[in-house]
Design a protein around this ligand. Structure first.
Ligand SMILES: NC(=O)c1ccc[n+]([C@@H]2O[C@H](COP(=O)([O-])OP(=O)(O)OC[C@H]3O[C@@H](n4cnc5c(N)ncnc54)[C@H](OP(=O)(O)O)[C@@H]3O)[C@@H](O)[C@H]2O)c1
Length: 289
C-alpha cells in the first residue's frame, strides 16, 4: 500500500483564496487589513521569512508596515514600538519575527502585544484561551495542521495521536487543538523513553524535531495506515528536509506530508487568515470561535 501525499500547497492556496475574498469584503466596509512586521537584527533567515510573509500579504490584498530595526535596538525601544502598534488603529496584526537577539526578553515582548492583534497566537492570554477551547487567534503552524486534517477529511475523534515536540510554538498548542477534536494525545520529547513504541501505537504522528542529525522518523516506527505529519525543517545532503524518511514512510502510511510542500505553506497561509480575523475583530465583525 502507498499512502496519499498531503498537498500543503494546494490546501494553502484554498485558504488564501478565502482570505483574498474576505479582504475584498473588508475593504468594501472601509477596512484595509494591515499587518505590521517587526524584525530586530541582521539574521538573514529571519529577514527572508519576513520578506516572504510580506509578499504573501500583498498577494491576498493585505497591506504591511515594515519595521526593520538594528541589532542594538533596546528592550525599552521595542516595548515602545509595540505600544505604538497596539494603539495604531490602522494596524490589525503585529508579527514579531522570532528569535529575537539574546539581549531582548522574548516572553516579555510577546506578552506586550495586544491579544486582539496577536496574529501568531502566542501571547499568554491567547494561549490561555486555547487551553480553554475558546481561542480565536491560534498559533499558525498548529492551526495549519488542523486545516490539513479538515481538508482531507481525516477524523481525529478517538484516534491515538503522538506529537513529538513540546514547544509553545508547536507541541503545546497542537495538544489542545487535537484534544478539542476528541483525540487521545501523547506528547513526546527528547526525554521520552522508548519513543519508537509510542509511535508504533499511534494512528497519527506529528513530528517536529527539526534536526536530522539527532532524529529521523523511519518506516519501522510507523504502523500500517498511520497519518504522518512532518513539521521539522532540517538540512539533509544540503537540501531542505523534514524529520520523516518520506519515501519509505509513505509506503506504509495512509497519508503523509512532504517537506517542502506540506506544513510550511500552511503556516504562512494561517498567518494571513489570522490577520483577516484580527482586522474583522477590530470592527466587531467576527465573533466565531
Ligand atoms: N514548517 C513550518 O511551518 C514550521 C513551523 C514551526 C516550526 N517548524 C520547525 O519545527 C521544528 C521544531 O520547531 P520548534 O520551534 O518547536 O523547535 P524546538 O523548540 O527546538 O522543539 C524541538 C522539539 O523536539 C524535541 N526533540 C529534540 N530531539 C529529540 C529527539 N531526539 N527525540 C525526540 N524529541 C526530540 C525537543 O524536546 P525537548 O523539549 O526535550 O528539548 C523539542 O520538544 C523546527 O525544525 C522548526 O524549524 C516548522
Amino acid at each position: 500500500m502507498t499512502g496519499q501525499k498531503i498537498d500543503g500547497i494546494a490546501v494553502a492556496n484554498s485558504v488564501k483564496d478565502r482570505v483574498r475574498a474576505a479582504a475584498t469584503e473588508l475593504k468594501k466596509e472601509g477596512i484595509e487589513p494591515c499587518l505590521a512586521t517587526v524584525l530586530v537584527g541582521d539574521n538573514q533567515a529571519s529577514a527572508s521569512y519576513v520578506t516572504s510573509k510580506q509578499k504573501d500579504c500583498a498577494d491576498v490584498g493585505i497591506a504591511t508596515k515594515d519595521h526593520r530595526l538594528p541589532q542594538s535596538f533596546s528592550q525599552k525601544e521595542l516595548d515602545s514600538l509595540i505600544d505604538l502598534l497596539n494603539n495604531d488603529k490602522t494596524v490589525h496584526g503585529i508579527l514579531v519575527q522570532l528569535p529575537l537577539p539574546d539581549h531582548l526578553d522574548e516572553f516579555s515582548i510577546i506578552s506586550r502585544i495586544s491579544p486582539i492583534k496577536d496574529v501568531d497566537g502566542l501571547t499568554p492570554y491567547n494561549m490561555g484561551l486555547l487551553a480553554s477551547g475558546k481561542a480565536i487567534l491560534k498559533p499558525c503552524t498548529p492551526s495549519g495542521i488542523m486545516e490539513l486534517f479538515d481538508y482531507y477529511d481525516i477524523d481525529l475523534s478517538g484516534k491515538d495521536v503522538v506529537i513529538i515536540n513540546r514547544s509553545n510554538l508547536v507541541g503545546k498548542p497542537l495538544y489542545h487543538l487535537m484534544l478539542e477534536k476528541n483525540a487521545t494525545v501523547t506528547t513526546c520529547h527528547s526525554k521520552t523513553k522508548d519513543l519508537k513504541s509510542h509511535c508504533l501505537e499511534a494512528d497519527i504522528i506529528i513530528s517536529a524535531v527539526g534536526d536530522r542529525s539527532k532524529f529521523t522518523l523511519t518506516d519501522n516506527m510507523v504502523k500500517d495506515g498511520a497519518v504522518v505529519i512532518d513539521v521539522g525543517t532540517s538540512r539533509l545532503d544540503g537540501k531542505l528536509a523534514g524529520d520523516v524518511d518520506y519515501d519509505n514512510v509513505i509506503k506504509k502510511a495512509s497519508y503523509a506530508t512532504p517537506v517542502p510542500g506540506g506544513v510550511g505553506p500552511m503556516t504562512r497561509a494561517m498567518l494571513l487568515k489570522n490577520t483577516i480575523t484580527a482586522a474583522s475583530i477590530s470592527k466587531g465583525i467576527v465573533t466565531n470561535r
